[in-house]
Design a protein around this ligand. Structure first.
Ligand SMILES: [Zn+2]
Length: 444
């Protein structure tokens, strides 16, 4: 199993190739339904490849982004994609237009927003070129002689006005979670002499002290990407190595606080070993962690921005959340419920009765992106019940062996609640539907 995965990484990671049309057609089957606005059909696209050039103008305190996306659409219509900042310009198949023509449109259930091209494009392949700017913010900070830019993301609807659009679309053109695609990001700083550095879960190539190229694996989707452009004078770094399936995996931690880095680097190998022993081989070639002195954390594919306190929770998400990815806000409860169940020490329920916490965690609009805040506590109760059922009614030692098989089977793919339920059900004779109905769908 591990060998197969390592081979997949090697094949996927190095060849920066455009995705095939066959893959695009498969991916588009995971998209929510197309929808019409004023008789105009909005269609989802599959990104075949994306290249962005981020040019940071230090003197003007602004960053400009130019992106070229090759995409495929399976039917004629008005192409939908994601980008929270306003566009400056766009070009579709070489035809140039001002960016203010690309409006935000709502899905029919009004749970999120998309960008939509103002002219229809035909079934087939197209090229979209977009420019936009990023202003100074809490995540793009201009110092006296340095820049600090991290693509901080969120899978909850913390910022009400973006309608769950908390992933890469906050910074770069992107797509919904069911779409994985190869992304190459070039970062350049103008107007500075101080050498900078990029930390990322992609492969970083240094072009100069002030220019870097990152290539991300083609199985990454909008929630996976992590990069941090920083001035290394202000940070402390420590790398520890662990062995996974006979391969060395570097775990790199960095922080403005040397003590936090030491703590993270000391604790992480133990967390890694525990999670790997339960859930199977690690799925990425390295792990990077930005360590903060307080608060919680956020997970990326083989990366985190986290306090030491939340570190093991966030590392677990490189198996559940970014190893297998929830396809939408209807399946985000799985990884948060599991992470909390693990935080709690994998408790086993005392009985099989349908009682206790339950909230609607799935069965929402297919366009929903964000995960319910109840996913943690209700999910944890639900998994403690399942653990009891699997311990009592199968030859397995509880739920963990099934979870291990699931994450290794669906590694690098997006999954739905229905896929997860079907996988569990195949491995136990007890009908799980009442448990899903009660805890996850909160049916009366
Ligand atoms: Zn979490």
């Amino acid at each position: 199993m591990g060998l197969r995965i390592k081979k997949i990484w090697a094949v996927l990671c190095f060849a920066f190739a455009m995705g095939s049309i066959a893959n695009a057609q498969e991916d588009l089957k995971k998209a929510p339904p197309a929808f019409s606005i004023d008789g105009q059909k909005s269609v989802f696209i599959d990104i075949l490849s994306s290249h962005s050039r981020l040019r940071i103008d230090f003197s003007k305190r602004v960053a400009f982004v130019e992106t070229v996306i090759d995409f495929y659409q399976a039917e004629d219509g008005y192409a939908l994609f994601d980008l929270v900042p306003s566009l400056l310009t766009y070009e579709i198949d070489g035809t140039f237009s001002p960016g203010n023509k690309v409006l935000e449109v709502s899905d029919p259930d009004k749970v999120t927003l998309f960008r939509r091209l103002p002219e229809p494009t035909a079934q087939g392949k197209h090229q979209l070129r977009i420019t936009h700017s990023l202003k100074a913010s809490a995540n793009l900070v201009f110092g006296a002689s340095n820049v600090d830019f991290m693509n901080r993301m969120s899978d909850r609807n913390l910022d009400g006005n973006v309608f769950g659009r908390g992933y890469m679309e906050r910074y770069f053109p992107s797509n919904m979670e069911w779409d994985d695609y190869p992304f190459e990001l070039r970062i350049e700083i103008e107007g500075l002499k101080t050498p900078h550095r990029v930390i990322s879960n992609g492969r970083v190539t240094r072009v100069s002290d002030l220019a870097y190229v990152i290539q991300f694996p083609e199985f990454f989707s909008s929630s996976s990407f992590f990069f941090h452009l920083l001035d290394p004078r202000f940070y402390n770094f420590e790398t520890v190595k662990v062995v996974s399936e006979g391969h060395e995996v570097p775990l790199t931690f960095y922080s403005r606080d040397a003590g936090e880095v030491r703590s993270a680097a000391k604790l992480a190998p133990g967390y890694f070993a525990e999670i790997e022993s339960n859930f199977g081989p690690y799925l990425f070639e390295k792990f990077v962690g930005h360590v903060t002195p307080a608060g919680g954390g956020m997970e990326y594919g083989g990366a985190t921005d986290s306090s030491v306190w939340a570190l093991s929770h966030e590392m677990f998400h490189s198996w559940y959340a970014r190893g297998v990815r929830p396809r939408s806000g209807n399946s985000g409860w799985i990884d948060e419920g599991l992470a909390r169940w693990r935080d709690n020490g994998y408790p086993r329920a005392k009985d099989e009765a349908l009682k206790g916490l339950h909230e609607k965690l799935s069965g929402f609009s297919p366009y929903k992106r964000d995960t319910s805040i109840y996913a943690y506590d209700v999910g944890s109760v639900f998994f403690s019940k399942l653990d009891r059922l699997f311990a009592k009614h199968t030859s397995l030692d509880g739920l963990i062996p099934v979870l291990r098989e699931f994450v290794q089977t669906y590694a690098y793919q997006s999954i739905s609640t229905e896929m997860f339920q079907a996988f569990l059900q195949e491995r136990i004779s007890v009908d799980l539907q009442p448990y899903f109905d009660f805890y996850i769908y909160a049916k009366k």
